[in-house]
Design a binder for this molecule. Structure first.
Ligand SMILES: C[S@@+](CC[C@H](N)C(=O)[O-])C[C@H]1O[C@@H](n2cnc3c(N)ncnc32)[C@H](O)[C@@H]1O
Length: 353
């Protein structure tokens, strides 16, 4: 079983008083570090736990099973790791089970166990999760998103469950299978891969990002799902890499950075300390990139073409609908805000006239 980490964010701070009784001296030393650093951002790659483990950016479940470990040593690690987590944080116990499931290449109980990383690396990875509040998805290097297992790593946004809906919106556009689509700010490439898998032989997705890490990770995900013939990855800012596609796209999809700059310090540590600012920071009012995307839409979409943008929610969506209708009423029709599964107006959609 691969690690599913949809609920990974929201990790509770570790409180020494709520830990299990009788910690060993070795554990006590680690907990002192854990509790003293729980409310301040870790200094990334500043030595100590995690450095060796981070050197390999391959998702854990894809690494070769090259590390035999005595079953007793693995059981001792499981106990030590569980002792770091209070009973009041069941999601962390779940993450430990998933970490071991991703790491183990043989049935539970095999002796020796065969692991995809040295036990010392697993220990480091675990400490960084509970101590530095590093998202679990970065620990194991993947996220379950729709029916995909998407590779992720530091420097690329972890795709969120609410974003899954944009793929269903694309599937409702008449004739979408044969269309050319753009996924602007593709990040891990999750949207691009999911859309590409629904397309017919003529359909294409052009996936762009300004981040080189995102381009690398998106390329890996496209290859893993064998979508190289359908997804073209282009490095560059928003519409810049699409110069030769003007007026040819059936649709534009984008989940751009939309968090107002002034809200960034209030993000929960898993997000604010570890996910890339480039993927989050939407500038003043969070609208900087969204407005730029609106400006460029009509030049790349063909008549009748569809667009969907994800936003920060109600106010931003309402503003954009109003803005597009007021400024470009002659260019777009059926512009509306669309609810996500939490009844938040999360998306803005419409069609080019
Ligand atoms: C919120 S993330 C979305 C990632 C992915 N599409 C998803 O839904 O999981 C925004 C993405 O936009 C990219 N981005 C930021 N500025 C950009 C720009 N000027 N041009 C293209 N992409 C940009 C970031 O690197 C990041 O991958």
């Amino acid at each position: 079983m691969l690690a599913s980490a949809a609920a990974a964010v929201g990790v509770a701070a570790l409180l020494p008083g709520r830990l299990k009784p009788k910690p060993t001296p070795r554990l006590l030393k680690r907990l002192a570090t854990a509790s003293s650093s729980a409310s301040t951002p870790p200094s990334p790659r500043s030595g100590g736990a995690g450095v060796e483990a981070e050197a390999d950016t391959t998702p854990l479940f894809l690494r070769p099973a090259a590390h035999p470990v005595a079953a007793a040593s693995l059981a001792a690690f499981r106990r030590r790791a569980a002792e770091l987590v209070p009973d009041s944080a069941p999601h962390l116990h779940r993450h430990l089970r998933w970490l071991l499931a991703d790491a183990a290449a043989r049935d539970a109980g095999a002796d020796p166990a065969l692991l995809r990383a040295p036990l010392g690396d697993l220990e480091s990875l675990w400490l960084r999760h509970v101590r530095d509040r590093r998202p679990f998805q970065y620990v194991v290097g993947n996220e379950h998103w729709r029916d995909l297992v998407v590779a992720v790593r530091e420097g690329v946004l972890i795709p969120r469950p609410e974003t899954e809906a944009v793929v269903d919106m694309v599937a409702k556009v008449q004739g979408f299978e044969a269309g050319w689509w753009a996924d602007l700010g593709t990040g891990s490439g999750a949207i691009a891969v999911a859309v590409a898998r629904m397309l017919g032989p003529e359909g294409r997705v052009f996936a762009t990002d300004v981040s080189e890490v995102a381009i690398d990770v998106a390329r890996l995900n496209v290859q893993r799902y064998g979508m190289q013939d359908k997804v073209e990855i282009k490095h560059g800012s928003w519409f810049e890499p699409l110069e030769d596609l003007k007026g040819k796209l059936m649709g534009v999809i984008s989940n751009p950075p939309y968090i107002p700059t002034e809200d960034l310090p209030g993000l929960q540590p898993e997000v604010g300390w570890h996910e890339p600012k480039l993927a989050l920071d939407g500038g003043k009012d969070g609208l900087e990139h969204l407005l730029h995307l609106c400006e460029g839409l009509s030049s790349v979409l063909k008549p009748g073409g569809f667009f969907v943008f994800e936003t920060n929610g109600n106010k931003q969506s309402e503003f954009l609908v109003d803005f597009i209708q007021t400024k470009w009423d002659s260019s777009f029709r059926d512009v509306e805000a669309v609810l996500d599964f939490a009844d938040i107006k999360r998306f803005v959609t419409g069609y080019r006239r």
